[in-house]
Write a protein that binds this ligand. Structure first.
Ligand SMILES: [Fe+2]
Length: 311
């Protein structure tokens, strides 16, 4: 059984309208008009939904959906303990079918297959950065605006779990996720507490991680992260979000593991949400490493995360 991509993250929120305003400023679009119970947002790529929120009392992370390689994968997952049957997806644009499951700490994880792709709203631009070795942008000035910039896709999310090994085994068994790199207790490389997990696509290039699973005292989401179309988009969105009065959590900087240029914000309910660009892609030739350094060393340049980023 193999997942091929992330589909969406799902949250519960006490105020759909307030969350929608933030996500519009963050660069998403309504996938369908919001009703009184549910908010469905898309990016500018082909995924019909990348962020779902349902109305409820407390702000809470509920779970996520992953695209599977085949319908046979859904049938196999439906046969496992704790899984739903294969059921039609009726409330999301794109439709398709799914199997609902729960991870060891109770996160709702959906396996999906057969959803119709959405029409892309923005075509990413390639090769317009004039580096020292190659200057592909010719007779063409850079002109960008401090305004909302399109979010292209859901890139990854990070879970704090009560038992790292059992959560990773669960994701390996059901979705075929494999580790690109490991996190260990600082100075104790044999004590693994985190795994950067990716889709297993063999020779094909995939993001260094679609998920980070991290052992932590409090279970929940750390952040979810969305890909932007280059550094200008990240920086213009940064200025725009500041002008709109939102709370900057940490940015801009470049991570060590995965190498993304990152920019973390807090949504109106306190959840971290990230814009990123220029992340690593890897294939079967990549060999996982163990990082046992300090929190400070996880940023190569730029803003150092605040202390509460690591709790
Ligand atoms: Fe991230």
């Amino acid at each position: 059984m193999n997942a091929t991509d992330l589909a969406y993250v799902r949250y519960q929120t006490p105020d759909l309208s307030r969350l929608e305003t933030f996500l519009l400023d963050f660069g998403m679009h309504p996938a369908v008009p919001r009703d009184g119970k549910r908010l469905l947002m898309r990016g500018s790529g082909a995924a019909p939904v990348i962020y779902e929120a349902v109305l409820g009392g407390e702000p809470r992370f509920l779970g996520a959906g992953l695209q599977m390689a085949s319908r046979a994968d859904l049938e196999a997952l439906a046969g496992l303990p704790g899984s739903s049957l294969v059921e039609p997806v009726t409330e999301l644009p794109g439709g398709g079918e799914r199997v609902r499951m729960r991870m060891p700490d109770g996160f709702e994880i959906d396996a999906l297959y057969g959803a119709a792709p959405a029409q892309s709203l923005h075509l990413p631009q390639a090769g317009d950065f004039n580096a020292a070795a190659a200057k592909p942008r010719r007779n063409m000035p850079v002109r960008v605006a401090r305004q909302t910039q399109p979010v292209l896709r859901l890139g990854h999310f990070v879970l704090h779990v009560s038992d790292h090994d059992s959560s990773v085994a669960w994701l390996r068994e059901r979705f075929g996720l494999i580790a690109s790199d490991y996190l260990a207790v600082p100075g104790e490389a044999e004590r693994i507490i985190g795994s950067f997990l990716r889709m297993d696509a063999g020779e094909a290039w995939v993001d260094h991680h679609c998920m980070l699973v991290l052992q932590a005292p409090v279970v929940g989401v750390h952040h979810c992260s969305f890909e932007m179309d280059g550094l200008d988009a990240v920086m213009c969105a940064h200025d725009h979000l500041l002008e709109r009065g939102y709370t900057l959590d940490c940015g801009v900087g470049r991570h060590l593991l995965g190498s993304q240029i990152f920019d973390y914000w807090r949504d109106p309910f306190g959840f971290r949400i990230e814009h990123y660009t220029d992340g690593d892609v890897v294939n079967h030739l990549h060999r996982p490493g163990v990082f046992a350094g300090t929190a400070d060393e996880t940023t190569q340049w730029g803003a150092k995360p605040p202390l509460d980023f690591f709790t």
